[in-house]
Write a protein that binds this ligand. Structure first.
Ligand code: URA
Length: 299
């Protein structure tokens, strides 16, 4: 049968494919037979070295790839070893992040200090401080701007309408405060009438956030809104310029998204925020194997 010209073209176009084919056709296996070039060679794998097996496996994959897609697909490396048993599959591990090093204070100690803090004027009008909440080894450290009325009343971050939306957004990418997040704010006391916190309030308060970060060592930081991002990144640029892009704070990868209360006011911000959350998910999949597996299993 004469092969279709287009098939021949696709095959010849790939130098790698042809090189692999040539190597296989000239394979001399250890039993001294002619590899695939010998048509009667059943059981030829018995005498093949791991290297030769790899060649054959690559060839078969390449053939499939070129016939199906017209180009080579990315694959894991083959590993054949006749001597050692194949390694036992291991349960996926979360990427080992360094344990808190040096003398870091416990979250409880930091929260106690916040409760009695009077470093700025915000302490005078607060009902309760809002140190933050979440798990002890979080994948992400979520930072908002400051407690609102519900948070001031309950002592918990992000529990009002914006907080409920934040929880929903996090859930959409397999994140939640009871499984893999810690949520806090750049100021731990409510600014009056929900105004933006002032530099003389964020300045002394950021020390608590830095100590929480040093203790928790998250894989990444997610800033919810302009104020959190501008405060940590020490910038006055608009959030539209850098949302969805990874940068760094204190060696931790940091990404900012629009604040959930901005999404409540402006529906058109939902689509770009979903794109940002997908970028966050991709980054976290790179950073944490267990999270990556969870996402893949959920697909
Ligand atoms: N908005 C914030 O930025 N933080 C909260 O905790 C609640 C609302």
């Amino acid at each position: 049968m004469v092969p279709d010209r287009r098939v021949t073209y696709i095959i010849l176009k790939s130098r790698e494919f042809v090189n692999t084919l040539v190597k296989i056709l000239t394979l001399e296996n250890q039993a001294g037979r002619g590899g695939l070039a010998n048509p009667g060679n059943f059981g030829f794998n018995k005498g093949m070295t791991p290297e030769q097996k790899t060649q054959v496996a690559l060839f078969l994959d390449l053939a499939g790839d070129y016939l199906r897609d017209g180009y080579k697909q990315f694959r894991e490396e083959y590993r054949f070893s006749d001597d050692a048993p194949p390694p036992k599959p291991q349960p996926p591990q979360a990427v080992r992040r360094p344990e808190p090093s040096g003398p870091t204070d416990s979250l409880e100690k930091i929260a106690d200090e916040i409760r009695s803090c009077a470093k700025c004027a915000l302490h005078a009008a607060r009902t309760q401080t809002v140190p933050g909440e979440g798990v002890k080894r979080p994948l992400i450290f979520v930072v908002g701007e400051g407690p609102g009325a519900e948070e001031d009343a309950s002592g918990r971050p992000f529990v009002g309408k914006a907080g409920q939306l934040l929880d929903k957004m996090l859930r959409a990418v397999n994140l939640s405060r009871d499984r893999n997040c810690f949520i806090t704010n750049v100021v731990k006391c409510r600014p009056p009438d929900n105004r933006d916190p002032l530099p003389e309030e964020t300045g002394p308060c950021i020390e608590y956030l830095n100590r929480q970060l040093a203790r928790l060592k998250p894989a990444a930081i997610l800033c919810a809104g302009r104020i959190a991002a501008q405060t940590l990144l020490k910038t006055t640029e608009g959030i539209g310029k850098f949302r969805g892009i990874f940068t760094e704070y204190a060696t931790f990868p940091l990404m900012a998204i629009y604040h959930p209360s901005a999404l409540l006011r402006n529906e058109t911000l939902k689509r770009p925020t979903w794109e940002d959350l997908k970028a966050l998910r991709t980054k976290l999949m790179e950073l944490d194997e267990r999270y990556a597996l969870e996402i893949r299993e959920g697909d």
